[in-house]
Design a protein around this ligand. Structure first.
Ligand code: SAM
Length: 296
């Protein structure tokens, strides 16, 4: 294997291909062997696994998955990286490089074509502004991944893994933990990249749950409720629910729903755990749907 974390080797390859880094594509390549090993441990890729890698760059992680004997499909948007990937990785039988934008590709079709619709692991190190939308897409579209290992901005990872009462806890924590169990794999200082980005990152692995941890009758309503509860973090739950999306319910009904759910109306959203949100959403369902149909 080529030492693709060596700055000297990277520089030499990039110069030879006259490659220019694109800031807007978030092109910061890993130059630290230790971090590569930690990501590999976190992603838990073993022989025979199907791996979808998003944004392989010059192939630093890709070559690790390939040499583990996984079936690898790597999606790279930048056509200038394709000849580089060909040079660094060759064309082993267990690797397919797909040139495309992960935001535009039909992922269902991709996994049907290459993985015969079977479960797979996702590993991604992408520009920060697309990482959260991509994660949400994997979660909400019910793609059959088992683990999603991503490098993201430190603060976003902390929000995903936060527990009730912590200042980072919010609607993203609940959205992620409704579908997965997050594991913080490692912290990644900006010094391990070429070129060096401005922010520190965290690698987080999201292990898909077989079942959501709470029973929710109306998933849309549940997530609307969670969003509304965190709309103004300093407001109490009753005040957040009597403005915005649920305004039409009126204070009296909101108080009744909270009482039926065993929730003190003066609590703030950030103190409620997922089960408590589920209780409120489930108690609210009939009243809310009546209101919606009468308003139509
Ligand atoms: N995995 C490599 C590493 O760790 O060294 C490269 C990571 S670099 C931060 C991000 C990579 O994602 C770049 O190769 C970039 O061209 C690619 N990329 C950015 N946006 C993309 C998109 N929408 N679809 C697919 N790849 C994308």
């Amino acid at each position: 294997m080529k030492p693709l974390t060596s700055p000297k080797v990277i520089r030499e390859i990039l110069e030879r291909h006259n490659f220019k880094f694109s800031k807007s594509l978030g092109q910061n390549f890993l130059i630290d062997r230790n971090i590569v090993e930690k990501i590999m441990e976190g992603a838990q890729v073993t022989q025979g696994d199907r791996v979808l890698e998003i944004g392989p760059g010059i192939g630093t992680l890709t070559q690790e998955f390939v040499s583990k004997g996984a079936e690898v499909v790597a999606v790279e948007i930048d056509k200038n990286l394709l000849p580089i990937l060909e040079e660094t990785l060759g064309s082993p039988p267990n690797l397919t490089i797909v040139h495309g934008d992960i935001l535009k590709i039909d992922i269902h079709q991709l996994i049907n074509e290459y993985f015969e619709g079977k479960d797979f692991k996702v590993v991604a190190n992408l520009p920060y502004y697309i990482t959260t939308p991509i994660i949400m897409r994997f979660l909400e579209e019910h793609l059959p991944f088992t683990t999603l290992t991503v490098m993201i901005q430190k603060e976003v990872a902390q929000r995903m893994a936060a527990e009730p009462g912590q200042k980072e806890y919010g609607s993203l924590s609940i959205a992620v933990q409704y579908y997965t169990k997050p594991r913080i794999v490692c912290k990644v200082p900006s010094s391990v990249f070429m070129p060096r980005p401005k922010v520190d990152s965290i690698v987080i692995a999201l292990d898909r749950l077989d079942e959501p941890p709470v029973k929710v009758y109306d998933r849309d309503l549940f997530f609307k409720l969670v969003k509304a509860a965190f709309a103004k973090r300093r407001k109490t739950i009753v005040n957040n629910l009597t403005s915005g999306e649920f305004q039409e319910l009126g204070r009296e009904k909101v108080l009744e729903i909270l009482e039926n759910s065993g929730i003190d109306p003066t609590r703030r959203g950030e103190t409620l755990d997922m089960q408590e949100f589920a209780n409120i959403a489930n108690n609210m369902r009939d009243i809310y749907s009546k209101l919606k149909t009468s308003g139509e």
